[in-house]
Design a protein. Structure first.
Lengths: 249, 249
DNA sequence: CGGCGTTTTGACAGGCTTCAAGGGCCGTGG
DNA sequence: CCACGGCCCTTGAAGCCTGTCAAAACGCCG
């Protein structure tokens, strides 16, 4: 894995800090995180930068770009577990446990903040507030997966697609990635299918049914929310409200 | 929620500590946990002791008994997210975030160790080692759900059932709940169905197909592993090896 | 013995997967 | 400028898988 070791955004100037959805850091916290961050990594779209079965010495945080976590069965069947957007943490499992049991692949070019696993315990010793944040992030990710599990297990194909799109749109909005209700959407129908536990063909046909409702538009890698209420209706439920006090290491 | 406030097992004598799969505590850690544990709760089988949408002031640890985490849709469709066995932590999401987004119901009579949410931060401040353990537990639970998500999304009905049974059996074995390859199994076919995202009828028919292979026996609430290798074969994969250094608050 | 929760079975419809093939878009190279 | 390949999207057809409906059998307990 190649790191830049060149342009390293100072944490004080991290563009994500300006987001209102993220909590503010105390000066000493910020100082610690700055030292904790050893590097910045650029990866190309399509790169699997964390691999199932491997042991990673690094913990990442997404500075920009999209990724997805996934697992594959021996015969190639793939399941996308969830998506990682800016301000998300990636690779905690590998940092805390023996080895990764999932892989992570970039959907777009990404920049990742790199933290050495070996020093994670320092963080726990010296900054309980940050340690709490890490736990918070882990708990939140579990919530997202819980919701996803509910979708795959119990929602119909149409509901699944509607719910996932609604969910991703809302997360993107929190991150100010939406302009005029439009979003650069780096996901293919194959990704949708693999995330929702459906075949590509059926995903396509169901998506078409959704598109004729005119609740959304999606073409040329651009996603547009036309009627959010209608989409939520099709999903059978709205997404839970955003969480308060969201930390970002 | 009624707590016993009578019999409170001292942590030094906690029966779970004797399990080799759990890490040992330093004396000061043990002392802290002992004070952190404010109560012991007994709940009956069938009790939903944590409810979606509610805010819980308590964090639990399973001392004995089985439970399951679940979510339901408005129209009643239910998805079981995973199962909680002794030494598992329950309610961390409620302790760390605003409110629970899932419910937890007891499958058997249970005893739970009760920890006050309000003092969780003390733990983080004073015992980074324990804070790390909490994160470890959260990360591990996420791993289990990841694996479950893979099952529901990409495994066939037969594989799903085989894999889940294999998984539960292995966890029970780690906890010394198995005697002569037999296990008291508090789960009904309805639970299986709700966990695996299948209908009850189809679960029953598929389970029958599995039973004729003679890999397992399951009757009168007793589960018997007859041919573990054969079951793993039907599951299409074996369960990952148990995690080292497993903590237990 | 009756009631209730659980397991079992059959029938049937339709959701979903698989197979197959064609179309559109775009970057590469002749 | 056009041909070509690769990736993604689209569509149709066939049939299995799975859900739903309905009803009966079973086992446990009061």
């Amino acid at each position: 894995m190649v790191a830049t070791n060149g342009h390293v955004t100072p944490c004080e100037q991290c563009p994500l800090r300006r987001l209102p959805c993220l909590r503010e850091f105390a000066p000493d916290e910020l100082e610690f995180v700055q030292k904790f961050k050893t590097d910045e990594l650029r990866v190309e779209s399509g790169t699997t930068f964390l691999r199932e079965g491997s042991h990673s010495d690094q913990l990442f945080t997404v500075l920009s770009g999209w990724a997805f976590r996934y697992k594959v069965l021996d015969d190639g069947r793939r399941q996308i577990l969830n998506f990682a957007l800016p301000a998300d943490m990636v690779g905690l499992q590998g940092a805390v446990m023996d080895e990764m049991e999932h892989s992570v692949e970039a959907l777009t070019p990404m920049t990742l903040c790199v933290f050495p696993r070996a020093r994670l315990y320092e963080l726990y010793s010296q900054f309980p507030s940050l340690a709490f944040d890490v736990t918070w992030l882990a708990a939140r990710e579990e919530q997202l997966i819980d919701e996803h599990l509910l979708s795959i297990g119990r929602r119909t194909a149409l509901e699944r697609i509607a719910y996932l799109l609604l969910h991703l749109f809302d997360r993107a909005r929190e991150l100010k990635l939406i302009q005029e209700d439009k979003l650069q959407f780096p996901i293919t129908q194959q990704h949708l299918a693999d995330a929702l536990g459906m075949s590509l063909v059926h995903t396509n046909k169901t998506l078409k049914r959704l598109l004729v409702t005119k609740a959304i538009r999606w073409q040329a890698r651009t996603f547009e929310m036309v009627d959010r209420a209608a989409l939520a209706e099709l999903a059978g439920a709205d997404t839970p409200p955003p969480r308060s006090r969201r930390p970002f290491i």
